[in-house]
Design a protein around this ligand. Structure first.
Ligand SMILES: [Fe+2]
Length: 388
């Protein structure tokens, strides 16, 4: 499986039942836009983490990849090798197709149905360039069975996009252990620790599953996307958010996107836990602190999951006295988890509500952004576009 790792790197994770000797990650790049393809091979010694007697996890980082148009990789040793997989890196002028999904956790049958619909959407000759997963990939990060049954097997059977379409992984509450400590037992999605220390990318990234620094930025074609960790608010994340929102790269991007698992404005939830277990206040900092900043710094789209259905609001942003733009809040929590069907709040802002499973195809090319939400049957349930 391959994950996006900032703008210049990819994080690859693979596993064997027995420890293998002399495994290496081999990668090479095409620089078709510049000159002749480069056939220079790179060999990276992976980190090995023994999960248990029959699960040996290897991780390695590809990059920096410079201006490459394609990256090829495979894991290889003396006696075995994975297939060779290829990642496409689009230029801003090319169409970038982003598959947006969230909250498949604990719903593998529905997830498989959604993946079938996704395959019909892309067809047999096309794949998404990136997958934006807005959190809650498994029910319990400590259970290997959950990872296999709820995430890896459906993805493999559903087209195997995870080998070649890097995941932009936005952590959800189920992607964290309840303890929220550094030794949290997450065995696969701990790759973003240290991502901001780009000069340190070659050094060991993960100590004992520490992964509390999910927040980072990445590119989705000509859009800049800030990834936030809804579960672990901190002074560091607030500082990071302020810095990124104000940055030249974010402000100059054609489109400004934020991805955060918990939406600023929730309307559907379990009424008991909402009112009596204080879950009403769970993500309050996102609405009260972060959303004011999203509006002030002209964010176009906020993409979330957490609430297991589809909602979309496009409202005047009013981030400043002269701001005439709009901001869109999209909730795409419908890749398989049990649906949220009971209304607990009404913010009087959502244009579209759809109470069933779904996925989103986000297409970005230069100054054009197109959002297309489809259900399990492949019918369009919502769409909008932004042109600059
Ligand atoms: Fe969820």
């Amino acid at each position: 499986m391959v994950f996006e790792h900032g703008h210049q790197h990819y994080y690859v994770v693979w596993e064997t039942s027995c420890p293998a000797k002399a495994f290496l990650l081999e990668w090479w790049a095409d620089y078709a836009r510049e000159s002749e393809p480069s056939m220079a091979r790179h060999y990276i010694e992976p980190q090995l983490k023994r999960i248990d007697d029959t699960h040996h996890r290897y991780t390695a980082i590809i990059g920096p990849v410079g201006n490459a148009s394609q990256i090829h990789y495979r894991a290889t040793s003396y006696s075995m090798s994975t297939k060779h997989y290829s990642i496409s890196r689009r230029s801003e002028a090319e169409l970038t197709q982003v598959l947006v999904i969230s909250d498949n956790q604990n719903g593998p049958t529905e997830f498989r149905n959604i993946l079938s619909s996704i395959r019909r959407h892309y067809g047999s000759h096309s794949t998404p360039d990136l997958i934006l997963h807005v959190g809650d990939s498994v029910q319990n990060v400590r259970k290997l069975n959950d990872w296999q049954k709820q995430f890896f097997s459906p993805l493999e059977d559903g087209g195997g996009y995870h080998h070649s379409s890097p995941l932009v992984f936005v952590p959800g509450n189920h992607d964290h252990d309840k303890a929220r400590t550094s030794r949290n037992g997450n065995v696969y999605a701990d790759m973003y620790h240290g991502i901001d220390a780009t000069e340190d990318l070659g050094k060991p990234l993960v100590a004992n599953g520490t992964y509390h620094r999910f927040y980072h930025t990445t590119s989705l074609g000509s859009a800049r996307c800030i990834v936030l960790d809804a579960e672990c608010p901190s002074a560091e994340q607030s500082e990071f958010l302020q810095r990124e929102l104000q940055s030249e790269a974010f402000q100059a991007a054609h489109f400004r996107i934020v991805a955060i698992h918990i939406p600023p404005y929730i309307e559907f939830w379990d009424p008991y836990t909402w009112n009596h277990k204080n879950e009403k206040r769970w993500g309050e900092h996102i609405r009260l602190e972060y959303d004011a900043l999203f509006r002030k710094y002209r964010v176009d789209v906020v993409i979330s999951g957490h609430q297991h259905n589809y909602m979309r609001a496009t409202v005047p942003r009013k981030g400043s006295a002269t701001d005439t733009g709009s901001i869109t809040y999209a909730i795409v929590g419908g890749a398989g988890g049990t649906l949220d069907l009971v209304r607990v709040e009404n913010w009087h802002m959502y244009n579209v509500t759809y109470l069933d499973h779904h996925f989103v195809s986000l297409e970005i090319k230069n100054n054009q952004l197109r959002w297309l939400a489809k259900n399990t049957a492949g019918s369009i349930i919502d769409q909008f576009s932004i042109a600059r």
